[in-house]
Design a protein around this ligand. Structure first.
Ligand SMILES: [Zn+2]
Length: 159
């Protein structure tokens, strides 16, 4: 996962501040701690993971702050929601690229691998055009099984 560069980070911070100002909200210390945490937790994370990280930056961040900040972070393209059909939602820091992304999801453990899938965008446009339509959104998720012993569930299931 590429880390955002310094200029990307100040660009995102500006976009986030502008977005919340437009909603009539202030860039409080707590909100900015959530913003910082949302960009720095690596890989896919849950709201609880985000809370833990934000609290390590600012002890006064509450769970309510997290849940109110998440739509703001999504709206300003700092993070995006990744729904893998589990009870909880996952979030991922936007890497800046506009490439179509797909997910590989282990059906046994927590592993979610994000991959570039630029062909999917082309494919969506091509099949939609063939039927006189225009794509609005599409997703590709592959349910899979880890093949190695790193998968905790697979490891546990063995005699
Ligand atoms: Zn696994």
């Amino acid at each position: 996962m590429p880390k955002p560069t310094a200029s990307e980070s100040s660009e995102q911070s500006g976009a986030f501040r502008a977005f919340i100002a437009q909603k009539g909200l202030r860039a409080t210390r707590q909100r900015m701690a959530v913003f910082e945490a949302a960009r720095t937790v690596s890989g896919h994370y849950t709201a609880e993971d985000l809370l833990k990280k934000a609290r390590s930056l600012d002890r006064s961040v509450s769970r309510a702050t997290i849940y109110r900040a998440i739509p703001l972070l999504i709206g300003s393209s700092v993070i995006r929601e990744v729904d893998v059909g589990r009870d909880q939602k996952y979030y991922l820091a936007e890497a800046g690229g506009a490439n179509f992304r797909a997910q590989l999801i282990c059906e046994s453990c927590e592993t979610i691998v994000e991959v570039d899938a630029p062909f999917m965008e082309w494919y969506g446009k091509a099949v939609a055009a063939k039927h006189g339509m225009r794509p609005i959104s599409q997703k590709l998720q592959v349910t899979a099984a880890c093949l190695n012993d790193r998968c905790p569930r697979r490891g546990a299931a063995r005699p």
